[in-house]
Every structure is written in structure tokens, then in C-alpha cells.
Write a protein that binds this ligand. Structure first.
Ligand code: PHE
Length: 447
């Protein structure tokens, strides 16, 4: 099963950076703050934190454990547990592969736009105004070319493999992201209006806590921790047996949540700074502008109003987004690539080009049928497939896996775990609470 030629993360820090890189993405730096902004700020924050701790974190441990046990691609890892029903293992492994490919196909389009918004002010400064405008205005050609450019970046990193590609680039890019964040937050706090946004973000308004907020917060937590689609299963499979799984999962979840929180500290104040500069942030009905408008209209308008500091700030902001997106997109592509490599005996380079190319084609098709397909693909993959696959993983770990064997796996890297509080609660929790709670929240989202 565990072929010796398989890559591994070379260090614990490397793994944490890669897994946190997968987790920290547009979901954190864009999805979380804009959802928080339109759902009563702090009310969303509180519910989101509860969802991460109560549902997403236990599932992250489950997915990493499945992968580490299998030491193989998600299909084979599932098979190593589901020994009596190999067909089900293959089926759900393939569904996970499809889900992660679908997410990547729409994610590349968004990330492409962000690349355009990063490059635009630079071209503007160089006097290439037509090109600068083209990059930030919606057109089929722009959408296609930028999505392709981002897809190539993703393919470039994944083709290099686990230690030389994914780990190396995550370890390089994640610290850059942290520093950029710090600088931008510090700057925005010096601007007038920032405090108003901060208040909205940190003082909860209980009236906003509704059942649909729970649905949003759960979806956000699952998306943010890259759950359901096999990304964490495949990253777990590159972990060595001496790693303490619950502790590592906790660190990854903490970094992810920390970055989402920090993104809120940046975006909510920035919205009100923009308002102070005369930029509309509420529509005529008094509702906050849509999340796309916030990122692509409100913030650029604010940067524009800030003169040359704004050019730099705008560039930094969008580069930050692109970095976050890239360390996530590589984990999405790694799911099908690892399956093709092992199951179809392709070389990594073949698998990456073929599958990365096919997903890029899907991005092009979505770009050219944007109105009909973009939301459809995003919804099917994130609202339906992610939580339902999460339920399947909970069943695999909670019901299919023999408890003693599960203990044997999780004990490696953590010999005392059998006596811990974690072990008293978690297996039972993943068996009963996780599937039921996920299904309840999911069911509510349907009605
Ligand atoms: N967690 C990533 C984000 O927040 C998205 C993602 C989803 C990555 C599923 C991998 C798998 O943007």
C-alpha cells in the first residue's frame, strides 16, 4: 500500500504550512469577512467559532486520520478502512475527486480576477491604462485568460510534487501572507472610519442569530477547513506516523480561524474607511453590497482614493488574495492527481497536466456560460457535496472503522491518547453527533 516512492512532507512545520495553506484561502480572506459583514458582524463571528470547534475540527481530525492510515490517495485510503465494501470506497473517493475538481474550476475564475486586480494598478502606473482597465472589467476573454493563468500556476506547483512543490511553496507563501496581513491591518487602523467597522465586527447583535445563520456558518466552516472533498485526506496521507494527529489538526484549525478573524479585522474596517471616502457600501434598500461588489468595487474605490499609498495597498491586498488562493488550489488539484497517479499508474507530470488541463477546460466552459454555470457549480459542490461527503467520512470513521483499529492509528504519534479526554469524547462524537448535526443543518438549508 504505502509505496516507498511516495512523497511525504519533510517536516512537521512543512505540513502545517501546507495544510494551513489549503485551509486559508478565499474562504477566509473573502468569504468569511463578507459573510460576517452581511450577517451582523459579531453574531456571525460567534456562531462561526462554535461551528469550527464543534463540527469542523472533529471532522478535520477524522479526515487527516483516514489519510494517514491509508498512506495513499483518497480512494485507496478509504479502501484500507472499508475493506468489506471496496466499491463504496471507490465510489465516494471518486465523488470527492469530482467535488474538489468542481471547486477548483470556479475557484480558478475568482482567483484569476484577483490576479487581474493585482496587476491592474501596476499597469496603470506604467501608463498602460487600456490594459489596466481591461483587467478589471468583466469580459469573456479576460475571464478565460486569467483563469488559465491561475490554472497554470496551480499546475506548476502540483507537478513538482509534495515536498518540492506543495510544501516548498506553502512554506514560502504563508509567511508572506501573514506579514502582508499584519501590515495592511495596521495601516487600515490609522484611517478614519475604521473604528466603526471594528465595532460592527466585535459587538454581537443577538437579533441576527437565526437558523439560516447556522447554515451559513457551517458551510463556511466546512469550506474554510477544506473538508469533505478529500483535500485533507490526501494531505493526511503524506504525514508520517510519528505525528500527533489531534494536536496537528488543532494547530491547522487555529491558524485557519486566526486568519479568517484577521481578514475580518481588515475588511470590515476597510468598508467603513471606504464609506468615509464617499464610496457606497450600502445599496438603496440599506443592505450591504454583495460580497463581489465589496471586493471588486468598494475596496478598489477606496484604494483609488488613497493616492500612491493606495496603489501599493491595492496591489498588496490582491496579491494576498492570490497567494491565499494558490495554496488552496494546489490542495484541490492534488486530490484527483494523487488518485490518477496511484490508481491509473500515471506519472505525476502526466496526471497533473491531464487533470489540471481538464479542470482548466471546465473553468473556460464556466467562464463562457457564466450566468448559467458559475453559481450552479459553486452551489452543487459547496452546499451539497461538501457536507454530504462530510457525513460519509463521519460514518467511515465512526461506524465502519473498528474502534480498536482507529485507536491503533491515532495512537501512533500520540501513545498516551487512550487515557485522554479527547479519546473519551471524539470517537463517540464523530459516530453520533457529527453526522446528525451536519444532516440537521444541511436539511434546514433545503427548506
Ligand atoms: N479552504 C479553502 C478556502 O477557504 C477552500 C478549499 C475548499 C480548499 C476545499 C480545498 C478544498 O478558500
Amino acid at each position: 500500500m504505502a509505496s516507498s516512492s511516495r512523497g511525504h512532507f519533510s517536516s512537521r512545520l512543512g505540513f502545517i504550512m501546507a495544510a494551513a495553506g489549503s485551509a486559508v484561502g478565499l474562504g477566509n480572506v473573502w468569504g468569511f469577512p463578507t459573510k460576517a459583514a452581511s450577517n451582523g458582524g459579531a453574531a456571525f463571528l460567534v456562531i462561526y467559532l462554535a461551528m469550527v470547534f464543534l463540527l469542523a475540527f472533529p471532522m478535520l481530525v477524522a479526515e487527516l486520520t483516514i489519510g494517514r492510515h491509508g498512506q495513499s490517495n483518497p480512494i485507496a485510503s478509504l479502501r484500507s478502512i472499508w475493506t468489506k465494501n471496496r466499491a463504496a470506497a471507490a465510489l465516494f473517493g471518486i465523488i470527492a475527486m469530482i467535488a474538489s475538481s468542481m471547486i477548483l474550476s470556479f475557484y480558478s475564475i475568482l482567483a484569476g480576477w484577483l490576479m487581474g486586480f493585482a496587476a491592474s494598478p501596476i499597469l496603470g502606473m506604467l501608463g498602460l491604462q487600456t490594459a489596466a482597465d481591461w483587467l478589471v472589467n468583466f469580459s469573456d476573454l479576460r475571464n478565460v485568460l486569467l483563469a488559465l493563468a491561475f490554472s497554470l500556476l496551480t499546475i506548476y506547483v502540483v507537478r513538482k510534487g509534495v515536498a518540492d512543490g506543495i510544501e516548498k511553496w506553502s512554506t514560502r507563501l504563508m509567511p508572506v501572507l501573514f506579514i502582508l496581513f499584519g501590515v495592511m491591518i495596521a495601516y487600515i487602523f490609522t484611517q478614519d472610519g475604521a473604528m466603526e467597522g471594528l465595532k460592527m465586527y466585535l459587538i454581537p447583535d443577538i437579533a441576527h442569530i437565526t437558523p439560516s445563520l447556522l447554515v451559513d456558518a457551517m458551510g463556511q466552516a466546512f469550506f474554510s477547513l477544506s473538508l469533505g472533498v478529500g483535500a485533507m485526506i490526501v494531505y493526511g496521507s503524506y504525514l508520517k506516523k510519528d505525528v500527533n494527529l489531534p494536536k496537528t489538526a488543532a494547530q491547522v484549525a487555529a491558524i485557519d480561524t486566526g486568519v479568517a478573524f484577521a481578514a475580518g479585522l481588515l475588511i470590515l474596517p476597510a468598508m467603513f474607511v471606504a464609506k468615509n471616502h464617499g464610496v457606497e457600501i450600502f445599496d438603496a434598500a440599506g443592505n450591504l453590497m454583495s460580497s463581489g461588489d465589496l471586493v471588486f468595487t468598494v475596496l478598489p474605490a477606496m484604494f483609488d482614493n488613497m493616492g500612491s499609498a493606495g496603489v501599493l495597498l491595492g496591489f498588496g491586498f490582491f496579491i494576498l488574495m492570490v497567494i491565499a488562493a494558490l495554496t488552496s488550489s494546489i490542495s484541490m488539484l492534488e486530490v484527483p492527481v494523487s488518485c490518477a497517479q496511484d490508481e491509473l499508474k500515471m506519472t505525476r507530470s502526466q496526471a497533473t497536466w491531464m487533470i489540471g488541463g481538464a479542470i482548466a477546460l471546465l473553468s473556460i466552459i464556466i467562464s463562457l456560460n457564466f450566468g448559467a454555470l458559475f453559481n450552479l457549480v459553486a452551489n452543487v459542490s459547496t452546499v451539497y457535496m461538501q457536507p454530504l461527503l462530510g457525513v460519509v467520512w463521519a460514518i467511515v470513521v465512526g461506524w465502519v472503522w473498528h474502534r480498536n483499529k482507529l485507536l491503533d492509528e491515532i495512537k501512533q504519534g500520540n501513545p498516551e491518547i487512550a487515557q485522554s479526554l479527547f479519546w473519551k469524547i471524539w470517537p463517540w462524537y464523530v459516530r453520533f453527533v457529527c453526522p446528525v448535526a451536519i444532516l440537521m443543518v444541511f436539511g434546514y438549508s433545503l427548506i
